[in-house]
Design a protein around this ligand. Structure first.
Ligand code: AHG
Ligand code: MN
Ligand code: MN
Length: 333
């Protein structure tokens, strides 16, 4: 059987199963092309003028890297002309990006984190792109921030790319999780995992331990129990990994299980967490649930949250089912 390219997979999904429409197929093709372009830009590294700071801050008050800006521009330019979108929104832009009048408009909204893990760019560690697709509510005359404020359960597609030793694209349309690998010689993505499943049990956790003194008691308790290992209440040793690129940590969990936490802590209480709901937590939560895992804030299911702002932040606890259930139960105690 010849390799199944992304193009073929999408056409068959449209033709046979009616999982997706022609417009959604086109949207995913365009996003995948943009990810390819971002992968090429990142791959140039020190050979081109792409590393280092852009000298500006984004709406979150975070210093932008040149590649944050380059990746954002690549996604905007790729997606504005095709007629498949009503608007886009990004981590790197305060307000939604409307489709210029010279182009037709479509039914979808695209929200993205153009470059996730940007603190890792300059040190040659995996980074990625995260995206979420929503439907623009019918009858909307003027598109503004409000049309984006839909719970994650409304996502019609979610995905992320990892620019690591290989460039990967992980996708869900709500019927399982597929992984495609970029074939650099042919220049296309090829289906390499048809049905990613997160093992329910795990001995691996991911959290930034330097924040331990700021965590809430349920997370302190949970991590203390993991650290106590064989002689503690869990009766087994646990291992820790923290890449500081959510895309890489989530991909590892999709592959061999684990739990990822960026919980609420006392230094970020006012902002509600570190990770952004619309373009980090929601797409990752949809993918993780579709792979048999769970994603909560500790208090509620991430996909059920009704967003109030485009750049809203939330605590994130996701991964192997039994571990996420346990931390969430500790929050209830
Ligand atoms: P971004 O680069 O898009 O701002 O996101 C970085 C996020 C996420 O990828 C990662 O898990 C986390 O921030 C790392 O945070 P710390 O540096 O606090 O560990
Ligand atoms: Mn990010
Ligand atoms: Mn980012």
């Amino acid at each position: 059987m010849p390799p199944v390219t992304l193009a073929r997979f999408l056409i068959e999904a449209e033709r046979n199963n009616h999982v997706i429409s022609a417009d959604l197929r086109f949207l995913v093709e365009v996003v995948s092309r943009a990810c390819k372009a971002i992968s090429i830009a990142i791959g140039k590294g020190g050979l081109a003028d792409v590393l280092g700071s852009a000298g500006s801050d984004n709406v979150q008050g975070e210093a932008q890297k040149k590649l944050d800006v380059i990746s954002n521009d690549i996604l905007l330019e790729a997606n504005e002309w095709g007629g498949h979108l009503a608007a886009m929104a990004s981590e790197e832009m305060e307000a939604p990006h409307l489709i210029p009048h010279r182009y037709p408009k479509g039914e979808f909204l695209l929200v993205f984190d153009p470059l996730d893990g940007s603190s890792n760019i300059d040190v040659n560690i995996s980074v990625g792109t995260i995206f979420s697709v929503l439907r623009c509510p019918e009858g909307v005359e003027a598109v503004d921030e409000k049309v984006f404020l839909q719970p994650g359960t409304q996502q019609v597609c979610a995905g992320f790319a990892v620019y690591g030793p290989t460039t990967l694209l992980v996708l869900t349309f709500g019927d399982g999780v597929k992984c495609f690998t970029l074939d650099r010689e042919f220049g296309h993505f090829v289906l390499t995992q048809d049905n990613m499943r997160i093992p329910e049990e795990t001995k691996e956790f991911a959290i930034n331990m330097s924040n331990a003194r700021f965590w809430e008691p349920p997370v302190q308790r949970y991590v203390d129990e993991l650290l106590a290992g064989k002689t503690g209440p869990r009766g087994q040793d646990f291992n820790m990994r923290w890449v500081a690129s959510m895309v890489a940590d989530v991909f590892r969990i999709l592959t061999r299980g684990g739990i990822f936490m960026y919980p609420l802590d006392s230094k970020m209480k006012d902002q509600g967490g570190k990770l952004r709901l619309m373009y980090e937590a929601n797409p990752m939560a949809m993918i993780v649930e579709q792979a048999g895992g769970l994603a909560t804030t500790g208090r509620e299911r991430i996909l059920d949250i009704q967003p109030t702002k485009l750049h809203q932040r939330v605590p994130v606890i996701l991964g192997s089912k039994h571990e996420v259930e346990r931390v969430t139960a500790y929050h209830r105690d």
